[in-house]
Design a protein around this ligand. Sequence first.
Ligand SMILES: Cc1cc2nc3c(=O)[nH]c(=O)nc-3n(C[C@H](O)[C@H](O)[C@H](O)COP(=O)(O)OP(=O)(O)OC[C@H]3O[C@@H](n4cnc5c(N)ncnc54)[C@H](O)[C@@H]3O)c2cc1C
Length: 200
Amino acid sequence: MYDVVIIGGGAAGVGCGITLASANGKFEWAKNKRYLILDANESDLEKASLYNVPVFDYGISGENAIKQMKDHLSFFPSIEFKDDHVLSITGGRGDFTIHTSSANYKADIIVLATGMHKFDIEGLDVEITTHDKVMKPGKIKIEHINNRVTDGIYVAGLASGVKTMYLIAAGDGTKVACDIFEEWTGKLAVSHDSVKDAIC
Ligand SMILES: Cc1cc2nc3c(=O)[nH]c(=O)nc-3n(C[C@H](O)[C@H](O)[C@H](O)COP(=O)(O)OP(=O)(O)OC[C@H]3O[C@@H](n4cnc5c(N)ncnc54)[C@H](O)[C@@H]3O)c2cc1C
């Protein structure tokens, strides 16, 4: 059983996952929490070269940016990253089952960080509409209120309808992680690297 399963391992999914996992070891409420990212390997980053994303080297290829993101994740033992395409999700809050072609995973909370090209996961009662902050036609987003789709389901990154910039998508994933912290703690929460300042 995972506390949070994130579908999509692009900017938003990794932004969310690293923030969640960074709370482990700092707070009693985060102790023993486990996270999983499932990714179909079709991030928009694959096609990009990045010159305006100050967390990466100037001009980094998308491929190398993804490698750096995965390397960064590997510092956090509470999170796993698996290459797998999610086909369907059944159940509800506290008892989701995520079905792929090779395995089933259980989760308390789901984060949909599936990008703007398609939403091909069956079984969820989500409303898909047109992504209106992108120039190209045919892009989609998942309807939500403040990143919350329904009880136990969040949406992050381009799937939530934000503009198509790396830091906006990654930041949206980070925001969703903090929203989940707030569900768990009942108060305003962030995860900073200095324990003294970590929650406020
Ligand atoms: C050519 C190009 C150039 C770009 N250049 C820049 C730039 O210079 N600067 C900048 O800031 N931004 C740039 N971007 C935009 C940036 O890449 C995106 O804003 C960012 O990748 C969006 O992050 P995301 O996590 O929302 O979506 P993505 O990174 O697209 O990730 C979504 C992930 O979800 C996975 N997924 C979807 N459905 C499933 C499923 N059913 N099961 C499992 N996984 C699933 C996909 O495989 C994908 O890996 C560029 C984009 C492109 C295409």
